[in-house]
Ligand binder design. Structure first.
Ligand SMILES: Cc1cc2nc3c(=O)[nH]c(=O)nc-3n(C[C@H](O)[C@H](O)[C@H](O)COP(=O)(O)O)c2cc1C
Length: 325
């Protein structure tokens, strides 16, 4: 069995973490990942304080295993953070801080509530800032990931971050959908992996069935870094682009960003309508390049089981046979 320091730190069997995804994580998915021996994380940006509280209760109804709660720091709301602190999850996970935010303050309050602190960074300076502010785990997110990303690919980013924040554990996020990715992450010095896209293509994920099929059908070459979805939602992310499928919605507005600003309410309504209808051409579909590695919907249990088995086989089998004495 693959066992790393993150397993001991988080009290989990397998070094596989579900990224807290604002629009794509609810109690069934979070609990399923934790029950499968990984670590589930709830994203919070689709909730308010009351609905977050009930979602956390729904996780507790489904699992007794540890889980985390994720906050986007640039838009963190005090009443929602208070709900997280009262809930005392095993991990308070953070991402996307503005440079002028005081990380130490948030991390200290999470520690005082008994949580470990996980911080996601797409660059080494941000990881160092979080390490100095007291983070317990860093997530190195490569630009191949789904959702909001920075500019560095995980292949160079992970070893650089591992070295910079040593001895703190680092997880690799972005592009991981199977055991090959897990084995590669461990080879780069990561203590485990954090996944978004692979867990979205599961029955437990709370996204429209058509969006899951879009991930299955994607060959991984059809995503693009864009600000269009953020322009429509009128949220300015600090230093991030969004990786989304280059569908009709993105192509229609590329080069016409000014027209989005002119018509933002109407376009926002159309986008929300397309989203709830499962219209894959006219909704915004965020997923990573690893969609090209995903060719079926699998249960969370199967994802975790297969990923661990394949990584073990690679390490024990193929890699070991390459050695000559
Ligand atoms: C739809 C979507 C929403 C996301 N929302 C968040 C979020 O709210 N907070 C966060 O820290 N990361 C978020 N992420 C990023 C994931 O945590 C993770 O870094 C990423 O999905 C990993 O890459 P992968 O999709 O290739 O596995 C999101 C990703 C996706 C695809």
């Amino acid at each position: 069995m693959i066992h790393t320091r993150i397993c001991d730190l988080l009290g989990i069997t397998h070094p596989i973490v579900l990224g807290g995804m604002g629009t794509a994580t609810t109690a069934p998915l979070v609990a399923a990942v934790s029950n499968a021996g990984g670590f589930g994380t709830l994203g919070t940006s689709a909730f308010n304080a009351a609905t977050l509280e009930s979602e956390i209760a729904a996780i507790h109804e489904r699992t007794e295993k540890p889980f985390g709660i994720n906050h986007l720091l640039f838009q963190i709301q005090e009443d929602m953070f208070a709900v997280t602190l009262r809930a005392k999850p095993a991990v308070a996970a953070f991402a996307w801080a503005r440079k002028d935010q005081n990380l130490r303050d948030y991390f200290q309050r999470a520690h005082d509530a008994g949580c470990k602190v996980m911080h996601m960074a797409g660059e080494v300076p941000e990881a160092l800032r979080a390490a100095e502010a007291g983070a317990d785990v860093l997530v190195a997110q490569g630009t191949e990931a789904g959702g909001h990303v920075g500019w560095m690919a995980s292949l160079p980013l992970v070893p650089m971050m591992v070295k910079a924040v040593a001895p703190l554990p680092v997880l690799l996020a972005g592009g991981i959908a199977d055991g090959r990715g897990l084995a590669a992450a461990l080879a780069l010095g990561a203590e485990g992996v954090l996944l978004g896209t692979r867990f979205m293509a599961t029955p437990e994920a709370p996204i429209h069935a058509n969006f899951k099929q879009a991930i299955v059908k994607s060959d991984g070459h059809d995503t693009v870094l864009t600000e269009i979805p953020d322009l429509v939602s009128q949220r300015v992310w600090p230093g991030a682009m969004s990786r989304a499928q280059r569908n009709r919605f993105i192509e229609r507005w590329s080069g016409h960003e000014w027209a989005i600003r002119q018509n933002v309410t109407e376009i926002g309504k159309q986008l929300a309508g397309a989203r709830s209808a499962g219209d894959i051409d006219n909704a915004s579909l965020s997923f990573g390049q690893d969609a090209g590695l995903i060719d079926s919907i699998k249960t969370v249990h199967e994802v975790v089981r297969d990923m661990v088995a394949e990584a073990e086989e690679i390490i024990r089998g193929r890699l070991a046979t390459l050695l000559r004495i």
